[in-house]
Design a protein around this ligand. Structure first.
Ligand code: ADP
Ligand code: 5GP
Length: 193
């Protein structure tokens, strides 16, 4: 992992870091942002988690083995990495630095601990955005309706959600994902302003 030493950003690009407890709509909102005609590149994280139905390698994540991920840790590939729900997730550092040098902004969809590390390294060149569910009950319904996890995993995700929500005040912006359109409008305004 890159040491938390301040990085310089010679271009005008910014890092938009989006975090949310699992099931809050982060993927849905980020996909919409990337499909919109905004000058923003997506940071594709590496993970040891198996793909969910419909997820594409190299698009949603780079799906790799634990052995490969550990080799990447040793070769200091990651700006930051974390273990979530028994799987490793990491942000490739060079991709981000290369894009910032070209003046391009980068979108990162990562957890709260990862976001805190990015803030340490990139300071005010990072914009931290937290997506909140309207309520824990709505979050639970969304996790069930996504149909990608069993009841035990959903219970774990809800427990984790409570922990992640305690970080919300450390973010620059908080968006409640109530109706998708209004949450998206708020997110887009933050990114383009
Ligand atoms: P995350 O990436 O944060 O885990 P997802 O984007 O996968 O969350 O969203 C979880 C589920 O909730 C998905 O089935 C998604 O279609 C649904 N969803 C997202 N935003 C909304 C919303 N505003 N209203 C209703 N359902 C939503
Ligand atoms: P999921 O398995 O639901 O896609 O992701 C689980 C959690 O890992 C989410 O909170 C997601 O934001 C986070 N995550 C995804 N990629 C990264 C990453 O590169 N670094 C960190 N720290 N968290 C990540």
């Amino acid at each position: 992992m890159v040491k938390p030493r301040r990085k310089s950003c010679p271009g005008r690009g910014k890092l938009f870091v989006i975090s949310a407890p699992s099931g809050c709509g982060k993927t849905t909102l980020c996909r919409r942002l990337l499909d919109d005609s905004i000058d923003l590149v997506n940071s594709v994280s590496m993970t040891t988690r198996p793909p969910r139905p419909g997820e594409k390698n190299g698009v949603d994540y780079r799906f790799v083995s634990r052995k490969y991920f550990q080799d990447m840790i040793r070769s200091r590939t990651f700006l930051e990495y974390e273990e979530n729900f028994g799987h490793l997730y990491g942000t490739p550092g060079k991709f981000i630095q290369d894009n910032l040098k070209k003046g391009r902004s980068v979108l990162l969809s990562i957890d709260v601990k990862g976001a805190m590390k990015v803030r340490k390294v990139y300071g005010r060149n990072s914009v931290l955005i937290f997506i909140l569910p309207p309520s824990i009950r709505v979050l639970k319904n969304r996790l069930y309706s996504r149909m990608s996890d069993d009841a035990e995993t959903i219970a774990q995700r809800l427990k984790n959600a409570r922990r992640e929500l305690s970080y919300k005040d450390r973010y620059d912006y908080r968006i409640i994902n109530d109706t998708l359109d209004s949450a998206y409008k708020r997110l887009k305004n933050i990114v383009i302003s």
